[in-house]
Design a protein around this ligand. Structure first.
Ligand code: SF4
Ligand code: SF4
Length: 292
């Protein structure tokens, strides 16, 4: 099983559109949406949810009103301003509570419980292109890096159990903790970038990250024909970092039409779909004898 993680230096480069089409081309694959902060792969794949598992991370303070004596000691120690008193009743606003636990220590009456915080849920679904492991983060839910790690662990387990050829991972944007959780020990990364000045900067950062974690990278430029000169710069940068350019996807209105219909562009055809098909053929060499 080869694991390909699709990344971009930032959101909005077309990463998920490309991954949706690769999923359609792959045939036998397990899919994972690790972009848990802004999951949108489900919009293209329209999954049928089969399993749900709650995800807990950190803690939150909850005042037990039967035990609270109303002394007010907990209010000034909360730097988040999460504890308020209304009509003599002290309560914690869950969205403001950072889970530091200081109020629990300060309360001499033991009136503050400190349960694990439910931050979201891990979902297992069926799609027309294969099983999808994804997640839903609660509003204000934290520890998305941990949730990404859980999505990936489950997707890897499922891929091994089913004996599929590919695990295709939609990675989070940026270079933070969730990205690191999604790429370590992958077979390869495909970076989807765009020909803009910020695209150049973002590509440099994400390639540095791949290099740091020893994961081979490939690069494809989306909407390359909007700025051919910058596309050439992006590809030169990729080559200088041992990341082979493997595709130039042209600007194509079919991509937008496919998004509106909730389908991968590969199902509509057109110049972008044709180039993504060639891109997929070029990606078949990853994880080969060369180890790249
Ligand atoms: S410190 Fe404890 S007893 Fe005092 S107001 Fe806060 S929760 Fe109630
Ligand atoms: S756990 Fe920390 S952030 Fe949450 S209410 Fe208590 S003091 Fe405030």
């Amino acid at each position: 099983m080869r694991e390909l993680v699709v990344l971009s230096g930032k959101g909005g480069t077309g990463k998920t559109s490309v991954l949706g089409s690769l999923a359609a081309l792959a045939g036998r694959a397990v899919l994972a949406d690790c972009d848990v902060d802004a999951a949108d792969l489900h919009l293209l794949l329209r999954p049928e949810i089969r399993t749900r598992e709650p995800f807990f991370a950190g803690h939150e303070a909850v005042i037990r009103h039967t035990a609270c004596t109303g002394c007010g000691d907990c209010v000034p120690v909360c730097r988040s301003g999460a504890i308020t008193a209304g009509n003599g009743t002290f309560t914690v606003e869950p969205l403001l509570c950072e889970g530091c636990g200081l109020c629990v220590r300060v309360c001499r009456d033991g009136a503050i419980a400190f349960p694990s915080r439910r931050c979201g849920e891990l979902l297992g679904s069926d799609t027309r292109f294969g099983p999808l492991v994804h997640a839903r983060l609660e509003p204000g839910g934290e520890s998305s890096g941990k949730l990404v790690a859980q999505v990936r662990r489950e997707a890897r387990r499922l891929a091994a159990e089913l004996g599929v050829d590919w695990l295709l991972v939609d990675g989070p944007p940026g270079i933070g903790c969730p990205v690191i959780a999604s790429l370590s020990e992958a077979t390869a990364v495909l970076v989807v970038t765009e020909p803009t000045p910020s695209g150049l900067h973002d590509l440099e950062r994400v390639l540095e990250l791949c290099h740091h974690f020893g994961v081979p990278a490939r690069v494809c430029v989306n909407k390359w024909d909007l700025h051919p000169a910058l596309t050439a710069e992006l590809e030169a940068l990729a080559c200088s970092r041992q990341a082979a350019p493997v595709g130039r996807i042209p600007y194509d209105l079919a991509v937008t039409a496919a998004q509106v219909q909730g389908r991968p562009v590969i199902e509509l055809g057109g110049p972008a779909a044709e180039e993504i098909t060639r891109l997929w053929e070029r990606l078949q060499t990853i994880g080969g004898a060369s180890g790249s």
